[in-house]
Design a protein around this ligand. Structure first.
Ligand code: GDP
Ligand code: MN
Length: 342
């Protein structure tokens, strides 16, 4: 199909010259949500805002997936909001299950005694495992180069007058985020140790200019993560053998069920370890709200293209965002100098 042709013409370009060729093609990209039928109103509110702030000018397709069949009401309710192409899909059973290697006794015990949010739920854990390891492999998503994750009830405060997918491609960014914060540690008790097992058993996978220092003070995981309900990702990252191996290792260890590992810390740890700092981008120009936290770019209360209440937006000053900026600066500046010398 088209994909093969595009690849072919790029390969031929490479025969004639080694110079980077500007890519003017439209990125294969979409706005993607896992969502339930009963969240139609919240999803409509989010799509309404995304259309108004961005997508009415860009018409990127939407993809909605669900462990149940979408109702006609849901499909019509979404389609009424946009001229863009909209697809709806369901999940296969492998991607939405408690794997057979999970010890049911241990798992039941955790659900019974957990005091954290959603601690007693199967569905929330299946959701986190799905978003960690399977969303990028879903047939509707598998042909995309980039996705932008959306969720019900999120809000966008700023006119986005450029194409973030093109921006990511032009700058070689693989992972884009807008809110960072610490995880509730009882949900990730062994995530860091399990990660270190993987790293030690697979030498050479960690990126040279990684951001591990953002995640750990010495040996102790600080829980910092990008809030993955907003993320813009070059999906070649999640499809890389490194990420796949990492996910498989975590999945086998069972912490999606024996604890409640979120896709946010899983994605974030992978980005911080397996990408170079210069491949991660903080979209600090995209004002965003997901219940109950917001990020509001500075100045938005009185001027500019964003409208939000800065007094409620403490989040850009949280320890994890500040730490990110410090660590990234330390790494990216020497990295740029290094490149300039080669
Ligand atoms: P939170 O963001 O951590 O508070 O969790 P949410 O309840 O918002 O769930 C994250 C995303 O997964 C949202 O887009 C939900 O609509 C979706 N989601 C959560 N659980 C399920 C489920 O059981 N089935 C489906 N289809 N979607 C789910
Ligand atoms: Mn949510």
């Amino acid at each position: 199909g088209i994909r093969g042709l595009l690849n072919l013409s790029q390969d031929m370009g490479g025969c004639h010259s080694n110079e980077p060729v500007a890519d003017n093609s439209r990125p294969r990209a979409a706005l993607v949500a896992l969502v339930r039928n009963r969240e139609l109103l919240g999803m409509r509110m989010a799509v309404r805002q995304i259309e108004d702030r961005f997508n009415r000018n860009y018409n990127y397709p939407y993809i909605f997936v669900n462990d149940q069949e979408f109702t006609e009401e849901f499909k019509e309710g979404i389609r009424a909001l946009t001229n863009a192409e909209v697809s709806f899909g369901t999940l296969d059973s492998e991607s939405w299950q408690v794997p057979e290697w999970i010890n049911q006794t241990l798992y039941e015990e955790e659900k019974r005694t957990a005091t954290y949010l959603h601690g007693g739920k199967d569905s929330y854990r299946k959701m986190c495992r799905f978003q960690s390891g399977y969303l990028h492999k879903h047939p509707l998503v598998a042909d995309l180069d980039y996705y932008w994750r959306i969720e019900p009830d999120v809000e966008y405060y700023c006119d986005i007058d450029y194409d973030p997918f093109v921006y990511m491609r032009e700058n070689g960014y693989k992972y884009g985020w807008t809110i960072a914060m610490p995880e509730f540690m009882p949900t990730v008790r062994t995530l860091w140790n399990t990660t270190m097992e993987f790293v030690n058993a697979n030498q050479g996978l960690v990126a040279q200019n990684n951001m591990a220092e953002w995640l750990a003070n010495g040996d102790a995981y600080n829980g910092c993560h990008f809030w993955s309900n907003f993320e813009i990702v070059d999906l070649s990252f999640y499809r890389s053998s490194t990420y796949q191996m990492f996910f498989d290792h975590l999945d086998r260890a069972g912490g999606f069920f024996y604890e409640r590992w979120g896709d946010a810390p899983v994605h974030s740890i992978a980005a911080a370890l397996f990408l170079n700092a210069s491949q991660i981008h903080y979209f600090n120009d995209i004002g965003y709200y997901h219940p109950t936290i917001l990020y509001c770019p500075q100045g938005s209360s009185t001027k500019g293209r964003c409208v939000c209440d800065e007094d409620k937006a403490f989040i850009h000053n949280t320890a994890c965002t500040v730490r990110y900026k410090e660590v990234r600066q330390k790494i990216v500046e020497p990295e740029a100098k290094e490149l300039a010398h080669t």
